[in-house]
Each structure stands twice: as C-alpha cells, then as structure tokens.
Write a protein that binds this ligand. Structure first.
Ligand code: COA
Length: 358
C-alpha cells in the first residue's frame, strides 16, 4: 500500500521558495536555456512571491500558477486586470488535478485583490474554458512579403535602428491612444530589455514620431504617428529580410508578420486600403470574477445583473439578455456579437499588447 500524498497548498509562494518555483518553470517552459527568471524580473521577484501560487506534494514543489496585476485602460475606463502566467505542473505529477487547483487558487487571489478582469494567453483553451475562461478581444496580424513591401511608402522621416535614447518619449507615444496596459517606467524598461527585442524609430528634428518593436520577422508593437508606421515597417523589412538565405530550402515565414491592435484609426487602415492580407485572432482568454463590479468600473452601472443557476441576466431599460459567463465575455469584450443588447455601448474598445502578456 502506498502512503497517501501530503498536499501543501495551493498557497502563496514564500520568498524562500521563488528559486524552487523558477526551477519548475524552467523545467516546463525553458529546459534548454533556463531563463524564466530573466524573462520578466518584476514578476519573478521576491516581492511578487505572494502572487505565485504553488502546490507541494510530499514536500516537492510540483505545480505553479502566477499572476500580475495591471492597470488596464479601456475605452470606458481603467480596470484592474489580473494576468495569469507560467501555469505549470511537473511532468511526473500531471493529470491529478494539481494544475487546476493552482489556477483556481490564483483566480481566487486575484478576485480578492479586487481585479475586475482576468487575462491569459494559451494554446490549451478548452482546459481554461472549463475553469470559466473564454476567448475574447481581437488581434490583427498583417503579412508583408518581398512583393508587398514595395507597396509600402518610403519613410517620410529619419529612421534609426535601436532604442530611442529617451525611453520616456517612447512610453508617452505608447500611452497616447489611451488603450492598453498602463505601463510604469520600470515595467516598460523591463519589456524593452527582453532578449532579442529590436526597435526602429521614426523621428524628425530630434523628436520621436513613432516606433516599432520586433524580433526577427515578427513585429509585435507599434506606437506613434500613424502616417510614419508603414514607412517604418518597410525599413524594418528591408533590414531584416535575409536575402542570402537559400530560397529553395528556407521555410521561414511567408514574410514579416505585423501584429497590431484592431483599430481603424491608426496605421492599420493604410494597410487595409492597400489590400494587405490580415488574420484576425483573439486577444487572449478572459475571465470576469464579478460581473456587477466590472460593469460598475466600466461606467455601465445602469445595467443590472442577476445570476441564477449559471445564467447571468442583464437588464437595461426594456432590454434583457440571458447569457452564460462566456457569452458575457463576448458581449463586453467582443469580438462576436452574442446578443442584441446595449449595442450602442458594447463591446468596449480595449487591447493588450503582446509584450505585456507574461
Ligand atoms: C497544462 C498543465 C499545467 C496542466 O496541469 P495538470 O496538473 O496536469 O492539470 P489537471 O490535472 O488539472 O488537468 C489535466 C487533465 O487531467 C485530468 N484530471 C484531473 N484530475 C485527474 C485525476 N485525478 N485523474 C485523472 N485525470 C485527472 C483533467 O480532467 C484534465 O484532463 P484533459 O486533459 O483530458 O482535459 C500541464 O499539462 C503543463 O504544465 N503543461 C505544460 C505547460 C503549459 O502548457 N501550461 C499552460 C500554458 S497557458
């Protein structure tokens, strides 16, 4: 007869256990180059240890689910957003419910911290769906290739490669549209130091107009004057496209992928007008801990919410919608239209840039 397993947790990691939690993350996510600790030192710091939820079995740290709390600016106000990261179970301890326990514990903790919204990026959507998460929001990715790059205009500004020396000016450009994670200087500096990240800037008379952030042939972020960005993308493509690679055997991408916020106000309209191909995906998975609190934070308190037997009923004037929790995610955050309800206000505009995702 085997002895029963002794469970310790799920619970907050102590500062003395951050190393063991990192060992688990490196084993699961980065076995070749154990660098989870340097990926984002703020979230793996001892100060953030309480937000790393862990489970020990017979003394061994076998499962982890962490989160970080963001200020998330949307078109209808600032939200407190809890972003999940590094959900991992040791390979020898999987399929025993430990991963689920840690995620549920992280969800409970971010609800306790007053988060009105949860976010995560994943490839195992159905596993999270069973825990109350749903795909939502929208992400656009354009493709630029060796033919279509010639359709992009020549840059009408000075293009430089490398970070703009005054990163505060970059941060101001990032914040200008008023959508997305509100970044502190420290958070932004950590993101800019990510391994392999490159930057191209457009400027005139020493003033920063726009920047793009990219790794190889993936452009992950752009900010600044919309008119400058197509030219910057052209410059990045021409610099990064490796013309020496054999064309018959190199199967890299179809070209350069440009990921961006779904907005017709910005530079994307120029690319759409050129007819460049674009894919649309979700901007991650979302969880709403407390629908009335979220509606309140979005200045939608005239929508009343009641919940019974897994159905959420929303009422506003003479409009009513009876929805599942997943449908509420879609109604509020898009992109699908699941009900003809408050269509004049919903979905809100919001976007989480890839680099903020942990
Ligand atoms: C994803 C991951 C964290 C899941 O961890 P886990 O501890 O195995 O998770 P759970 O045990 O809660 O659930 C896994 C499966 O075991 C099943 N299960 C749960 N308890 C069980 C038990 N006592 N007996 C048998 N099966 C069980 C679940 O129903 C689930 O089944 P499914 O895959 O058929 O849907 C783990 O596989 C992992 O670390 N993967 C690599 C990293 C990763 O992908 N992380 C997520 C990135 S967002």
């Amino acid at each position: 007869m085997t002895a029963p397993e002794q469970l310790d947790g799920p619970r907050a990691c102590t500062k003395y256990e951050v190393g063991a939690a990192l060992d688990l993350m490196n084993l699961v996510f980065s076995p070749q180059a154990p660098e989870m600790g340097s990926f984002n030192p703020l979230i793996t710091s001892e100060a953030n240890a309480p937000r790393m939820r862990i489970l020990r079995v017979n003394g061994v740290l076998v499962a982890h689910a962490g989160y970080w709390v963001y200020d998330y600016q949307t078109s209808r106000g600032m939200l407190k957003l809890g972003g999940l990261w590094a959900v991992a179970t040791h390979p020898d301890y999987r399929r025993r419910g430990y991963g689920r326990l840690c995620v549920l514990d992280a969800m409970r903790a971010l609800r306790e911290e007053g988060c009105q919204l949860g976010w995560l990026a994943t490839g195992i959507n159905d596993w999270y769906r069973a825990l109350g998460w749903e795909n939502g929001g929208e992400d656009w990715t354009f493709t630029v290739d060796r033919f279509t790059v010639n359709l992009l205009p020549e840059p009408d500004a000075e293009v430089r490669f490398g970070l703009w020396p005054d990163t505060a000016a970059m941060l101001a450009r990032y914040h200008a549209p008023g959508i997305g994670v509100r970044r502190s200087r420290e958070w932004f500096d950590v993101l800019l130091r990510r391994h392999g990240l490159r930057c191209a800037t457009a400027s005139r008379h020493g003033a920063l107009l726009a920047y793009v952030l990219y790794k190889g042939m993936h452009v992950y972020e752009q900010a600044g004057e919309a008119a400058c960005i197509p030219g910057l993308l052209r410059a990045v493509f021409l610099r990064e496209d490796d013309r020496d690679k054999p064309t018959s055997t190199s199967q890299h991408l179809d070209g350069m992928l440009v990921r961006t916020c779904p907005s017709r106000d910005g530079f994307a309209t120029a690319l759409i007008n050129l007819g460049l191909p674009r894919t649309r995906a979700y901007n991650g998975m979302w969880w709403i801990p407390d629908p009335p609190a979220l509606l309140n934070a979005l200045d939608l308190a005239d929508i009343t919410v009641t919940e019974a037997g897994g159905t959420i009923t929303l009422r506003r004037g003479d409009e009513t919608a009876r929805l599942s929790s997943g449908e509420v995610v879609k109604l509020l955050l898009g992109p699908e239209r699941v009900a003809a309800f408050a269509g004049d206000l919903l979905p809100i505009r919001h976007y989480l840039w890839r680099f903020d995702g942990v």
